[in-house]
Design a protein around this ligand. Structure first.
Ligand code: HEM
Ligand code: HEM
Length: 209
């Protein structure tokens, strides 16, 4: 009988929660905020977007640091397989397995450190890094006009081009996590608990016995 928090160490769970909550706030504020334009200051929601965005950059750095230093959880090579032929082949094999299952209208088998899932998690982290970095660059160089040229234009081009992928990642990733929770493959508490140790009495998937 293992405990669910054994799968992800506390530093991983804290970095994940900080980043996850920051990204959700960024997406929500982006729906209603008004950025500064010549003759008009940014509104309150834009203020939240700016400062939570700077916080997101901090959580992104923390997440990468934890991945580099941790002994539990997916290693860096699983999250970023793109520099090894063997790892890339493993991602393709895993992708084929997933497609075959989907074509048979089956939920693909759950593998906690599967090459495909880990590679997608790594791409998600890279995506959030690019969003936080482009937003932070804009924060320090903005002239009060997001349509100004030069680096302001570059940072906003990257930021706005990637924005829809952030929605897609959140919906896909959180949706699959919830689906696997209800099909008993994992428990959301494995990632969303902040206890050092989980109380005994839970089975391998974290669901109480
Ligand atoms: C957009 C914000 C989010 C980002 C950037 C994100 C990123 C990640 C990353 C990089 C991992 C892999 C962690 C590792 O290798 O140690 C992960 C795992 C996980 N995430 Fe998220 N996440 C986000 C939001 C969420 C939300 C809202 C949920 C819950 C509904 C969630 C549930 C999980 C679960 C359960 C795992 C563990 C999967 C497993 O053990 O196989 N995440 N997330
Ligand atoms: C990971 C962190 C961040 C995420 C996920 C994020 C997300 C978003 C999204 C989804 C949009 C809407 C894009 C569109 O509708 O085309 C947006 C716009 C924007 N964001 Fe961020 N953002 C982040 C950090 C920041 C930071 C730190 C700043 C610094 C000030 C910032 C400044 C802006 C600006 C100026 C816009 C354009 C607003 C407009 O023209 O109406 N963002 N962001």
């Amino acid at each position: 009988m293992s405990n669910p928090t054994a799968k992800h160490g506390l530093p991983t769970r804290l970095a994940h929660a900080g980043l996850g909550i920051a990204i959700i706030l960024q997406l929500l504020t982006s729906l209603g905020m008004q950025a500064p334009y010549p003759g008009r200051a940014g509104d309150f929601l834009f203020g939240i977007h700016s400062y939570v965005g700077l916080g997101a950059l901090g959580f992104v750095f923390l997440f990468w640091l934890v991945v580099m230093l941790r002994r539990r959880g997916a290693e860096m090579g699983l999250l970023i397989p793109w520099f090894s032929r063997a790892r890339i082949r493993a991602v393709w094999r895993d992708t084929r397995k997933h497609l075959e299952a989907v074509l048979r209208l089956r939920l693909p088998a759950y593998d906690e450190h599967g090459p495909l899932a880990s590679a997608v998690h790594g791409l998600g982290l890279l995506l959030m890094t690019a969003m936080a970095a482009s937003g932070t660059l804009y924060f320090f160089i903005n002239t009060g006009n997001p349509d100004a040229g030069g680096w302001v234009a570059v940072s906003m081009f990257v930021h706005k081009t990637l924005a829809n992928l952030v929605w897609a990642y959140l919906i896909g990733h959180a949706g699959l996590a919830v689906l696997h929770h209800y099909t008993q493959h994992l428990s959301l508490a494995e990632m969303w608990s902040f206890r050092r140790r989980h109380p005994a009495g839970a089975d391998r998937s974290g669901h109480a016995r």
